[in-house]
Design a protein around this ligand. Structure first.
Ligand code: RIB
Length: 300
């Protein structure tokens, strides 16, 4: 499977805290570390580690953080289609509490300059089996990438994260939408139970996966009965990037038919990848390899 990921890369500045600070509150950190992150970068690394031939279209600054992120991505076996721009590499400040829950602030930096796709970038999208997108990249660029994929019958997987409004016209061109409950509610016009959210999303004509945290993930496509794929019960130390582990592993294990059976199988693999990732600290360091996911699934 060949996958192109188009998206963000950030240097994550991660603080372990006893509790995530409330407005006006200062808390002392128990420990600090920086890790490669960013939703696009995490998903590209998850995809490559899951065994897919992966290209990553990304904008980085001409700085040490950009060098570090590029080096780490190449070490994971990714072919980078990177632009170096006159802006600092994106950063994210992340607080993680003892339950592994987090709060994240992203400064887009160079990611905001990923505009006007080049002929090389468009050709890579058209040549791929699957295109993976998120919403830390300008929406016009996401739309242009979706159009290029549609021209070539490249399967489009949109992870509509972080939560944002997406034009209906774009949702109609997406093949598979992957969202958590909050993101699903944003797109569906308000909170509802998982099945109702799924029905609202698939009404756009796409397949949809709604992740439901410890309950698992609900899979559906137009005209099919939704299937709940249960989550694994594990002890979380850091949930940062768990959604990205899911999306990357899902894209890497998709079957070309992308029918309901293959969506469920890819979701089962992705659910195991996410369960492994929450047991490790950091975003990129927590993305599991194919063999780890395979062995972990065998324990169920
Ligand atoms: O999904 C997790 C990611 O969100 C972090 O790596 C951070 O960089 C933000 O983009």
């Amino acid at each position: 499977m060949s996958v192109v990921v188009l998206g963000s890369a950030n240097l994550d500045l991660v603080y372990e805290v006893d509790r995530i600070p409330a407005p006006g509150e200062t808390v002392l950190s128990r420990g600090f570390a920086s890790f490669p992150g960013g939703k696009g970068n995490n998903q590209a690394i998850a995809t490559a580690r899951a065994g897919a031939d992966t290209r990553f279209i990304v904008a980085l600054g001409r700085d040490d953080a950009g060098d570090r992120l590029a080096e780490e991505a190449r070490r994971a076996g990714i072919t980078l289609l990177d632009r170096r721009v006159d802006a600092p590499t994106g950063t994210a400040v992340i607080t993680v509490d003892p339950r592994g829950e987090n709060a994240i602030v992203v400064d887009s930096g160079a990611n905001a300059a990923l505009l006007d796709l080049t002929d090389t970038e468009l050709a890579a999208i058209r040549a791929a089996d699957v295109l993976v997108l998120q919403l830390e990249t300008p929406l016009d660029t996401v739309a242009a990438a979706v159009r290029a994929a549609r021209e070539a019958a490249t399967t489009v997987v949109l992870n509509a994260a972080p939560s944002a409004a997406v034009p209906d016209a774009m949702l109609a061109e997406v093949d598979i939408l992957v969202v958590n409950e909050h993101e699903a509610a944003e797109l569906a016009g308000g909170p509802a139970d998982g099945a109702t959210l799924l029905t609202a999303l698939t009404a756009h004509g796409c397949a949809a996966i709604v992740t439901l945290g410890p309950e698992g993930a609900l899979v559906g496509s137009p005209g099919t009965t939704p299937v709940l794929v249960p989550a694994f019960t594990v002890e979380a130390v850091d949930t940062t990037g768990a959604g990205d582990a899911f999306v990357g592993a899902f894209a890497a294990s998709l079957d070309r038919t992308a029918d309901q059976r293959s969506l469920v199988e890819a979701t089962e693999f992705a659910t195991a990848a996410a369960a492994l990732s929450v047991q490790r600290r950091g975003a990129v360091p927590s993305m599991p390899a194919f063999e780890e996911v395979r062995d972990f699934r065998a324990t169920r």
